[in-house]
Design a protein around this ligand. Structure first.
Ligand code: 13P
Ligand code: SF4
Length: 309
C-alpha cells in the first residue's frame, strides 16, 4: 500500500482530520481534508468532530487548535515548525512592555505563542485585524504585537496609531521593493498582490493587499492574466491549481537567495512525517489548562468577530 492510502486508512480508523495552511508543500496540501488561512483553520478547528487534529502548519497554529479543543488530541508533524514572528515576541518581554504602557488594549496577531495569547486582550489574523481594530473605542490606545509590518499597514488602513512590537516575518520581510520595479517593467500587464506582512516599501507597489485567502480569492475573481505574488510560494500552488489559465510569478527577494520565498518552518512538514505522526500519535501539543483558559479568552474574543464557516 502506498503512503497516501496508508494515511487514508489510518485517518478512518482513528477519526483524524488533517488541516493544512496554504504555505504547506503541494503534496501536503493535496492530502489535507481542509486547506485555509489562519482564520479559516481556527474556525475549522472549532467545528471539527474528529478525535485527532493533525495540524500541517506551524506550532502556533497547532497550539491555537489545542486552545480551542482541550479534549481532542492535536498533533503537529514536526515540533520544530516554528515562526520568526512568534519567536520575536517572548511573553515575559511583552509583559514588561505592557506594564510600561498601562491602559492599552493588547491586540496580538495569531502568530504568537499561547503565553502571549494569554496576556493579550484579543487575537487577530490578517483577515480580521482591521475589523477588530475598528471595534476598539477611539480613545482607547492599542498595543499591537508582534508584526510591525502588519501593524504599520493597519495603522494606515484604520487611521489609528498603535504601539507596535518590533517583529517581522522572515519570508515577507525579504521581498525587494527595488527588484519589484524591474519585474513590473518586464510584465507590464501583471498585477502585484501582496500579504500585509510585507514591508511598507513593498506594499507601496501592490495593486491588492490581503490575507492568503483574500489573495487566492482575488486571483480568481480579478480579470488580469498575470500576477506577481508577494507571499510564501505555497499559495502559488493553490492559485495555479484553481486558475490554470493564469500566470503567477513569485515576487523577487533581496540578495541572491533562491528559496527565500519559502517559509523554512512551514516546509518542515512532509507527507512521511504526517504518516508517522498519525501512526504514532506524536508529536502532540500539550498545554497547562490554566494557560489554555487564559489564551482561550483572547482567541474566543477574535472568533466572535468572524462569521462561522
Ligand atoms: P494568513 O494565513 O492569516 O494569511 O497568515 C499568513 C502567515 O504568515 C501564516 O503564518
Ligand atoms: Fe511565521 Fe512567516 Fe513562516 Fe508565517 S511565513 S509561519 S509568519 S515565519
Amino acid at each position: 500500500m502506498d503512503i497516501i492510502n496508508k494515511i487514508s486508512k489510518l485517518k478512518q480508523e482513528k477519526n483524524v482530520i488533517i488541516l493544512a495552511h496554504y504555505y504547506q508543500l503541494p503534496e501536503v496540501q493535496d492530502i489535507a481534508d481542509f486547506v485555509g488561512d489562519s482564520l479559516d483553520l481556527s474556525q475549522k478547528a472549532v467545528k471539527t468532530d474528529a478525535d485527532i487534529i493533525v495540524f500541517a502548519g506551524v506550532h502556533f497554529m497547532a497550539e491555537t487548535a489545542k486552545i480551542l479543543n482541550p479534549n481532542k488530541k492535536v498533533l503537529i508533524p514536526d515540533m520544530d515548525a516554528g515562526c520568526s514572528l512568534a519567536d520575536s515576541c517572548p511573553a515575559d518581554k511583552l509583559s514588561e512592555f505592557i506594564e510600561k504602557n498601562p491602559g492599552h488594549k493588547v491586540i496580538s496577531y495569531i502568530n504568537c505563542s499561547a503565553e502571549v495569547k494569554a496576556i493579550s486582550d484579543i487575537i487577530c489574523t490578517s483577515s480580521n485585524a482591521l475589523q477588530i481594530i475598528k471595534s476598539i473605542p477611539k480613545d482607547k490606545p492599542i498595543i499591537f504585537a508582534p508584526d510591525k509590518n502588519l501593524g504599520r499597514y493597519l495603522e494606515i488602513k484604520s487611521g489609528r496609531e498603535m504601539l507596535k512590537w518590533d517583529g517581522t516575518c522572515l519570508v515577507h520581510q525579504e521581498f525587494s521593493a527595488d527588484k519589484i520595479r524591474e519585474i513590473k517593467q518586464k510584465y507590464s500587464d501583471a498585477k502585484v498582490i501582496a500579504h500585509p506582512e510585507c514591508s511598507s516599501y513593498m506594499l507601496e507597489h501592490a495593486d491588492f493587499i490581503g490575507s492568503t485567502s483574500a489573495l487566492l480569492k482575488f486571483s480568481k475573481t480579478d480579470i488580469s492574466s498575470t500576477y506577481i505574488v508577494a507571499t510564501e510560494t505555497g499559495l502559488i500552488y493553490q492559485m495555479k491549481k484553481e486558475n490554470p489559465e493564469k500566470k503567477f510569478i513569485p515576487a523577487p527577494v533581496t540578495g541572491s537567495c533562491v528559496a527565500c520565498q519559502e517559509c523554512p518552518y512551514m516546509k518542515k512538514n512532509t507527507v512521511k512525517k504526517i504518516y508517522d505522526c498519525i501512526r504514532n500519535e506524536t508529536p502532540e501539543i500539550l498545554m497547562e489548562e490554566s494557560l489554555r483558559v487564559k489564551a482561550f479568552s483572547a482567541v474566543e474574543n477574535m472568533l466572535k468577530f468572524s462569521a462561522k464557516k
